[in-house]
Structures are given as C-alpha cells and as structure tokens.
Unconditional design. Structure first.
Length: 305
C-alpha cells in the first residue's frame, strides 16, 4: 500500500479498524495497521548463515523498522539458561542474538538490553553460550540481572495471581523474545512462552505444578513486539540442558512472528508434533491467546541462500 493514500482511503481504513472515533489516529498508524493486515503472520527463513537467516526472517516483514522505532529502548530476551557452548543447542544461537541487536540499532534504537536469569551460574552461562561476547560486540548492553529489580506484578491469572517479574521488561519501549527450540522433560518442548521464565524472580520451580497455566498467566502481561524462534540447531532429546551432540539436529531455520502461539505451533512441527500436542497451546485457544491452526496463517517462506 502506498504511503500517499488518498483521504477517503485513510477514513475507510479508520472505520474498518474501529479506531477512528476512539482516539486520534495518525497516518503512519493506519499504514502500519494496513501492513499488518495484509502481511505474513509468520516468516520461516532457511539458509546456511545464522546471521543471514535472521535477516531474511525479519526482512520478510519489511525489516526491523516495522517493530522498532528511532529512540526506542529495546529488550532482547534470549535463552541463556545453561552452562553450554553454542553447538549443544541449550541456549539461543549467539549469532542470531547479535544480528537482532544490530538490526535494532540500525532501525534507530537508543539502547538494546540483553539479559536472562540462568539456571546455572550466570557468569559461566553468559560466557559459555557466546551470547555475552556476540551481543556486546554488536552494541548491546549485556548485564547480569539485578535481584533488586524484581517487583511483584498482578497477573490475575488462572494459576498465578501475582509474581515477581523483572522491571526492565516493563520499562522497555519494545521487547523481542528470542528463544531456542528444544525439548523439555516436563513441558515437552520449550519454545517462546517458556522463555519468559527467564524474567521471573522467586522460586520458579513452584510453577511446575501448574506449568502450562502459569506460563500463560505470565505471558499475558508481557507484550513482545516480535518473537524470533531460533531453530538453527534444535535439541531433540535431553532438554532443556542437553550435553550430548548426538541429540542436536541442524535445521538452519528461524521462525519469526508477532503471535507467540503461532510461532510455537510452527515450532512444534520441527519435532514432528502439532501445536495442540502441547498443553499450553490447547489452553491458549480457550483464552483466545493466539492462533494455533497453521492452516489459518499466512506463512511466508524465505531462502536466505
């Protein structure tokens, strides 16, 4: 759609969006709305270079400028949970994280923050994963999480009514969720929603009794602008920590989307599953949390070369 649309087209879009009378709508806002309505729901990119695959995935939506504006403070939330090197596929691919940081800065972000609350020792996880080095060199602020920054947040969820969450998530202008696709002994798979355990304070093990409901409760208050599922390498067994290269499968794939349930539903297919094989995705449908039916999605496939 051309940005120089006529006034009647502007008003027609405002009426269709149901927002014209509710609050002042800018020309650029309606252009973004129209682009979102006509663009892909998911972009699945494949190639040989993690950096190029990531760029192709984001490029399938028109570029990072679609999600990040000039002057934004952006949180990029990877999985840095384990004291493992990148080849073991326990943490998000460091090249993918670094390239997201670069794209955010190229789009005009004022600052990009990268952090996680690891299960293993934070210093070893940040170093062994390769993420601290790669993201730092790309221009991100990479810090260990400060326990003083966790605050109780009202969730009003099915399983959790409140929980201490990391305040930097809510103070950011934009959030980009960057999980890795891998198996998990309790959840079956760990994809986008489970990555939010990395911003939870307190004793996270307590939620394992109602894991699926709890994941949805937490995800309900965190609004990422973009979710990027790293499937450059996936962990097919012994997850989430791994440690055996025989359980690592090279997929050279990145899946990007706005709807986390859609991203996770596609991610499940990498393991020979359907999204609805995962309890939290079935529960998400009941809460109208997202779209799990891949047949209803506009999926764009891109070859990064």
């Amino acid at each position: 759609m051309a940005k120089d649309m006529k006034r009647r087209d502007f008003l027609r879009l405002a009426a269709a969006a149901g927002i014209g009378a509710a609050f002042p709508v800018s020309f650029s806002t309606l252009f973004d709305y129209a682009a979102a309505a006509s663009g892909p729901d998911l972009v699945v990119a494949q190639g040989t270079s993690p950096r190029q695959i990531l760029r192709a995935a984001v490029g399938g939506f028109g570029g990072m400028g679609r999600f990040v504006s000039r002057g934004d403070i952006v949180v990029v939330k990877p999985n840095i949970g384990w004291d493992r090197r990148p080849e073991f596929a326990a943490n998000t691919n460091p090249e993918v994280v670094a390239e997201i940081v670069k794209l955010c800065l190229e789009a005009g972000a004022k600052k990009v923050k990268v952090f996680d609350r690891p299960v293993n020792d934070a210093r070893r996880c940040y170093t062994q994963s390769g993420i601290a080095d790669a993201a730092g060199k790309a221009g991100a602020e990479v810090k260990y999480m400060d326990e003083r920054k966790f605050r109780d947040v009202t969730l009003k969820g099915e399983a959790l009514k409140s929980w201490p969450l990391y305040t930097d998530i809510f103070e950011a202008d934009k959030i980009i969720n960057v999980p890795i696709a891998k198996t998990h002994g309790l959840a079956g798979l760990t994809l986008s929603l489970k990555n939010w355990m990395g911003v939870m304070g307190g004793s996270r093990g307590r939620i394992h009794q109602n894991l699926d409901e709890s994941l949805l409760d937490v995800a309900g208050v965190i609004k990422p602008s973009l979710t990027v599922l790293d499937a450059v390498r996936i962990l097919t067994a012994s997850g989430p920590q791994g440690g055996n290269l025989a359980h690592v499968k090279v997929m050279n794939t990145v899946i990007a989307g706005v709807d986390q349930i859609a991203v996770d539903s596609y991610g499940a297919t990498l393991f020979g599953k359907k999204g609805t094989d995962l309890d939290y995705i079935r529960l998400a449908a009941k809460r109208n949390f997202g779209q799990s039916n891949l047949k209803k999605l506009n999926i764009r496939r891109v070859n990064a070369g």
